[in-house]
Write a protein that binds this ligand. Structure first.
Ligand SMILES: O=P(O)(O)OC[C@H]1O[C@](O)(CO)[C@@H](O)[C@@H]1O
Length: 556
């Protein structure tokens, strides 16, 4: 299923522009809520797993939308053939056209085999899960021992981008489910500090290194993996011990073998698993080790149940479609420059960082799938920090700054750590912030709060006005369990898919990360040669910087 369109050519695009100009820009949430006491019921959806405890309430009523806007947004989705593109993706059509690949992370979690996606390797998903189960069980139970017969106490996942952020985010978000006597470290950065700090906390006799790289050629990962092997061999001495301490997660068996990893220690996945969608695959091995295979399976099943919702719910009730199109409303018609994800759950502190890659690497594209340059904005700039820390840092700008920043607030109803009044206080903030953003404070109200003397101080009054009409979604999860987290991640993955379908960009390639990598490879020999007078053939800025570095570096 290919589509030829520029989003601006779809009939509903100009209608949305009109709607924005005639009423969207002036939309008043105070009035909207007053006029319709059932607005919350109308503009919220519940998602409940049937076989898992996944449970989400998504309230999108505090958006600058009415029935006409919403209908037009969904018309836009239909005109862009979102449903057909989704079905093609699920079926295994090679929708990643530039790389000639299917996009089937949904097949990794389709344990009930509902979608019958077709691609080479789909039938290997379950055997590979068995492999993950056997290894994670062995490490957790202590039956997999280090070369000197000791039980494994630390794992170090070495990977970057999608081979790091997903497992890192999930193991943090699900920390209450983690095995207590096992330390998990995640090393991604080529900065030697990252590996050095992790190794300081490890003992070679009791550490397993998980080399996670789809391609097994990524410079950071291979360099870190080699340094980890050197560190290990300094103590272990004998290379035959490597097999008990190094495993590889990769689609590239040849390179992993060349690195010295035993076939039995390789966990494979397939080219239809995009790096930033790979936590459900062998890349999730560290998740299974940390939280146990049964919990890992719940994560997959929760995501699968959301996949079913995305596939079967009518667009009017389809949560990923609603969030995606509402996002487009602001990104393309209100010129919103960014979008914030704000989890009110300390364990979810890497959630926005994870979706930064998933969303921005997927949708940061400037050409359509047919090679036409787009004449509209694409990927949202995504950022965020957990509440309430964010409140004391950047919320001032969200409330009163000149930029429109749509936000998603996410919180669990049940905390993993009941502690006095803490959770109610946290949640009171979770409820209050979207309320303040939506309804603001008028000049009258601001004036009423001032002393008689200050009531004529216009600067004070103006400074205390909150314009309101700042849009938010509020997502309440029952509890951040493995299944609920799986559903939440899948929800945002599908939001990305829908936006890609509408903007008609390929959300599954990443050519934008290449150029800088190629230039770095050209620069490295000059740094290794070390002659400040020979920085290589560059512009004066780059050469000047390299020479300055070479002249001033010490301890090399
Ligand atoms: O898993 P690999 O092949 O080492 O790639 C790591 C990351 O590098 C990228 O290719 C580019 O940043 C990501 O898409 C990917 O997640």
């Amino acid at each position: 299923m290919t589509s030829n369109h520029l989003a601006t050519e779809l009939p509903s695009w100009s209608k949305l522009q009109q709607l924005h100009d005639t009423k969207g820009a002036k939309y008043d949430l105070r009035q909207a809520f007053k006029a319709d006491p059932k607005r919350f019921e109308k503009y919220s959806e519940q998602f409940k797993g049937t076989k898992t405890d996944a449970s989400l309430l998504v309230d999108y009523s505090k958006n600058l939308i009415d029935d006409e806007v919403l209908k037009t947004l969904l018309d836009l989705a239909r005109e862009a053939k979102v449903e057909e593109q989704r079905d093609a993706m699920y079926a295994g059509v090679k929708v990643n056209s530039s790389e000639g690949r299917s996009v089937l992370h949904i097949a990794l979690r389709d344990l009930p085999e509902k979608f019958k996606s077709k691609a080479e390797g789909v039938d290997e998903v379950k055997p590979e899960l068995e492999h993950i189960k056997a290894f994670s069980d062995a490490v957790r139970s202590g039956s997999h021992k280090g070369y000197s017969g000791k039980q494994i106490k630390s794992i170090v996942n070495i990977g970057i981008g999608g081979s790091n952020l997903g497992p890192l985010m999930v193991t943090q978000a699900l920390k209450p489910y983690a095995k207590k006597d096992l330390e998990a470290h995640y090393v991604s950065n080529i900065d030697g500090t990252h590996l050095a700090e992790a190794l300081r906390a490890c003992d070679p006799e009791t550490t397993v290194f998980i080399i996670a790289s789809k391609t097994f050629t990524t410079q950071e990962t291979i360099t870190n993996a080699n340094s980890a092997r050197d560190w290990f061999l300094k103590t272990a001495k004998d290379e035959s011990h490597i097999s008990k301490h190094f495993v590889a997660l990769s689609t590239n068996v040849k390179e992993a073998t060349a690195f010295g990893i035993d076939k039995a220690n390789m966990f494979k996945f397939w080219d239809w698993v995009g790096g930033r969608y790979s936590l459900w695959s062998a890349i999730g091995l560290s998740i299974a080790i940390v939280i146990g295979y049964e919990n890992f399976e719940q994560l997959l099943l929760g995501a699968h149940e959301l996949d079913v919702h995305f596939k079967e719910a009518p667009l009017e009730k389809n949560i990923p479609v609603l969030l995606a199109t509402i996002g487009i409303w602001y990104n393309n018609f209100f010129d919103a420059q960014s979008y914030a994800q704000l989890p009110y759950d300390q364990y979810m502190h890497r959630f926005a960082a994870y979706f930064q890659q998933a969303s921005m690497e997927s949708l940061g594209k400037g050409v359509t799938k047919n090679g036409k340059r787009v004449d509209y904005q694409t990927g949202e700039v995504l950022w965020g920090e957990p509440g309430t820390d964010g409140q004391h840092a950047f919320y001032q700008l969200i409330h009163q700054g000149t930029k429109l920043i749509p936000c998603d607030f996410i919180a669990p109803i049940e905390t993993q750590n009941p502690l006095g009044k803490h959770h109610d206080i946290l949640l009171s903030n979770f409820f209050a912030q979207p309320e303040a953003l939506a309804f603001g404070k008028t000049a009258e109200e601001a004036k009423g709060e001032l002393s008689a003397q200050d009531q004529s101080n216009d600067f004070l009054i103006q400074s205390k006005i909150f314009t309101g009409n700042r849009p938010t979604n509020s997502i309440l999860a029952q509890k951040i369990t493995p299944a609920t987290l799986g559903a939440l991640i899948a929800l945002y993955e599908h939001k990305i898919a829908v936006q890609g379908f509408i903007w008609n960009v390929n959300a599954y390639d990443q050519f934008g990360v290449e150029l800088g990598k190629v230039l770095a490879k050209k620069i490295l020999p000059a740094l290794e040669a070390g002659d400040p007078n020979k920085p290589g053939d560059h512009d004066s800025s780059t050469s000047g910087l390299i020479s300055y570095y070479l002249k001033n570096r010490k301890g090399h």
